[in-house]
Design a protein around this ligand. Sequence first.
Ligand SMILES: Nc1ncnc2c1ncn2[C@@H]1O[C@H](COP(=O)(O)OP(=O)(O)OP(=O)(O)O)[C@@H](O)[C@H]1O
Ligand SMILES: [Mg+2]
Length: 240
Amino acid sequence: MTIQLKAKQVSMRFKERVLFHIPSLTIGPNEAVYLKGDNGVGKTTLLKILAGLLKPTSGEVLPRNQTVLARLFSGAGRKDVIYLHQSPYLFDGSVYQNVAYGIKHKSLEAHDKRAEVISALRLVGLETLADEHVSVLSGGEKQRVAMARAWVLKPSILLMDEPSASLDQESIIRLVHMAEDLLDHGSSIVITSHQTNALTKLCRKQWWIKDCTLIESPLLQIIDKKQTNQESNYVASNSD
Ligand SMILES: Nc1ncnc2c1ncn2[C@@H]1O[C@H](COP(=O)(O)OP(=O)(O)OP(=O)(O)O)[C@@H](O)[C@H]1O
Ligand SMILES: [Mg+2]
């Protein structure tokens, strides 16, 4: 399923401090956005607002959050929009159980659920650790379990908060494959990161939180411009 989220006149304030005011913002369907900004500008706060986990001080995000009753049955937050936490929470259980938890209530045959979980674990390279308790995992492995758990849910929008912070190159590439798979199926992704890498290179749009607002720009043009400059430099240096 694909959806579009629209934020209108969204402001966030903590006591007297205005974190940001964003007049208008749209995400999806099928977009990849790189959200950047210095420490403390409000990236995590914005993602939580988009996921429906945090209410902005003013303004709204459409479609509106589910009713309290609907949330009781489907968990907290906006349905179909998943926020992948900066330091993910895993519950007391095995790697397999943590990933399977996401699709516990899905109307799938047991063997199909199992196949989904195994596919997710293969994608993140953790199939050999399926039966391990999550407490023995490294920080990067926990991050990959959380990503696998998000992937099996096939969210319309996946908001990834610094997913690559504790990952090595190989693990980042695994996340790239997962993110590409979601994009191929029409989902949208937002990625925050303090460094550009293979994951952020998937993004075609940039949101930059700066001076208490959000500046949007197409990333393709920035990349193309750089490449064009490099190409013209190359042509210039070879035509001397
Ligand atoms: N519940 C809260 N009460 C008061 N202040 C808060 C609350 N939540 C966040 N803040 C403040 O809002 C600011 C933005 O926090 P946020 O976590 O969104 O930043 P960030 O851009 O994600 O930073 P980082 O790059 O370090 O992850 C911080 O200064 C933080 O202390
Ligand atoms: Mg943050």
